[in-house]
Design a protein around this ligand. Structure first.
Ligand code: NDP
Length: 311
């Protein structure tokens, strides 16, 4: 039996990842789809959105490593072999890149930049008195690897930071709440809301019309997690009504965002094409190599996904 890693991604550069993995594990044999060779050799699969029925062909698979933090696409598949550990990327460089995007988006709203962009397009000198960060409450939905890092970054800037998660958390300086019952009150206290949850059965359309209505009038919404966590037509309606004043959207119900989406033409919406953060080969490769060593040694892997909870 071989001890080979198979790489598959339609989006990432295979050679960059192979070089990064080789730097960590020079002895590791790596194949890139479609050059699979003998399927029985494949022990580790490093993948982003592989084709249907991909996993069934490898009888000796011992590790599935998702080439990103979000595993909603992977867990929705019907060909996942039972009992084989699935891991996701959870590295500090990816968290830092995400935290910098969230900081940019929060500061843009906190400093009224969209208002000035509109005024500039109209050739208007439009003074709005600046507010200090400690007057502005920023709520983060999801206090995992990415959410907690973003929370600390916002704290450093002096914002009032609140966070919401499934299980209770204790993060210094962050007012933490947990569970669905706490959500309406939590939302009511957020001038800027940042969505950083995984997409699961529980979080799909979590932010529907009723929950969006819990936000204070004039709130700003930033979604850097997954589009379907927010009911998009309800969001469009809330933006049109002015209940939500502005949005920064990196993710959408359907990607690429269809040309006919009303979001494209809304001047209170900033659209970015799902790039708030990415897996960074150099740092993520160290984590993947460590897990391969663990599999070889018969030890439990790190950053394991729990399919029953969906993340
Ligand atoms: P983690 O798994 O580390 O954290 C998830 C957080 O969400 C945890 O705090 C968890 O609570 C909370 N959560 C999960 N389900 C619920 C629920 N039903 N109710 C309340 N809280 C819940 O994920 P990451 O921080 O690493 O990543 C978050 C998401 O960001 C990814 O799943 C991915 O979809 C997205 N992403 C987007 C990118 C982009 O470029 N736009 C790039 C990378 C990731 P608890 O702590 O109690 O478990």
């Amino acid at each position: 039996m071989g001890d080979v890693l198979l790489f598959h991604s339609g989006q990432d550069s295979a050679h960059v990842w192979v070089d990064a993995l080789k730097a960590q594990m020079p002895d590791l044999e790596i194949r890139i789809t479609p050059d699979i060779g003998d399927p029985a050799d494949i022990r580790y699969a490093l993948v982003w959105r592989p084709p249907a029925d991909f996993f069934g062909q490898f009888p000796n698979l011992a590790l599935i490593a998702n080439l990103g933090a979000g595993v909603d696409g992977l867990l929705a598949r019907t060909d996942l072999p039972a009992g084989i550990p699935i891991t996701r990327v959870s590295d500090p460089d990816m968290s830092r890149m995400m935290a910098s995007f969230v900081l940019f988006a929060v500061l843009r709203h906190a400093r009224d930049i969209p208002t000035f962009e509109r005024a500039q397009r109209e050739g208007r000198w439009h003074y709005v008195p600046p507010r200090t960060a400690d007057e502005i409450s920023v709520g983060i939905l999801g206090l995992g690897q990415l959410g907690a890092t973003a929370a600390r970054e916002l704290l450093r800037q002096g914002f009032k930071v609140k966070g919401w998660s499934r299980s209770p958390k204790d993060i210094e300086g962050v007012e933490c709440a947990a569970g669905l019952d706490a959500l309406p009150t939590f939302l009511g206290g957020c001038e800027i809301l940042v969505v950083m949850l995984p997409l699961t059965g529980e979080t799909r359309h979590l932010l529907d019309a009723a929950r969006l209505a819990c936000l204070p009038k004039g709130a700003k919404l930033i979604n850097v997690a997954r589009g379907p966590i927010v009911d998009e037509p309800a969001l469009v309606a809330a933006l049109q009504a002015g209940h939500i004043a502005e949005a920064t959207l990196d993710v959408f119900e359907k990607e690429p965002l269809p040309a006919e989406s009303p979001l494209w033409k809304m001047d209170n919406v900033l659209i970015t094409p799902h790039l708030a953060s990415v897996a960074i080969p150099k740092s993520a490769a160290a984590q993947i190599a460590d897990n391969i060593r663990r599999v070889r040694a018969g030890e439990p892997v790190e950053h394991r996904v729990d399919p029953s909870r969906g993340y």
